[in-house]
Design a protein around this ligand. Structure first.
Ligand code: NI
Length: 170
């Protein structure tokens, strides 16, 4: 089922996700909804907190349009280490129409559970590393806008506020 994606400045985006204690059928159904919602948007990543589910889950698919889809599910993720620095033009499904340059680590090592609850470790770089950091931020209630300098922050806030005023939140 396609879920409604919350848009900034919706305050629910500031709520952190809670640890997933058990991989129940309900959790698996949520993961499936998240993937469906992400693909429909379309986007390269979606965190549970973006659809108002306060749980430590995000999904990512960085496959290009002409490549087969490659869904990656991260439950209870933990970034173990980071390396280097990279500046990336990021978008976010909670900031429709906005792209901003954000500084991130160039490489990350992450540990998480997959859709079956199995733990895995992954080393990522470039777009995947950026996406992991972006989505992991969501699970702490941290957003793309928090990484911007004061001027860009104010401009983006104003733009999103105007958009929200024009179309009331569902
Ligand atoms: Ni986002």
């Amino acid at each position: 089922m396609i879920r409604t994606i919350l848009h900034y400045p919706d305050k629910r985006l500031r709520e952190p996700g809670l640890k997933v204690e058990a991989i129940t059928p309900a959790i698996k159904a949520l993961v499936d909804d998240m993937a469906e919602t992400m693909y429909a948007a379309p986007g390269v990543g979606l965190a549970a907190t973006q659809i108002g589910e306060l749980l430590q889950i995000f999904v990512i698919d960085i496959a290009a349009e002409d490549e087969p889809s490659r869904l990656q599910v991260f439950i209870n993720p933990e970034i173990l280490s980071t390396e280097g620095e990279v500046c990336w033009k990021e978008g976010c499904l909670s900031f429709p129409g906005a792209t901003e340059e954000v500084e991130r680590a160039a490489k990350v090592r992450v540990r998480a559970q997959d859709r079956d609850g199995k733990w895995f470790e992954l080393e990522a770089e470039d777009l995947l590393a950026v996406a992991i950091q972006h989505e992991n931020d969501h699970l702490q209630g941290r957003l793309m806008i928090d990484h911007l300098g004061p001027l860009k922050k104010r401009l983006l806030h104003r733009k999103m506020q105007k958009r929200a005023d024009a179309q009331p939140t569902p």
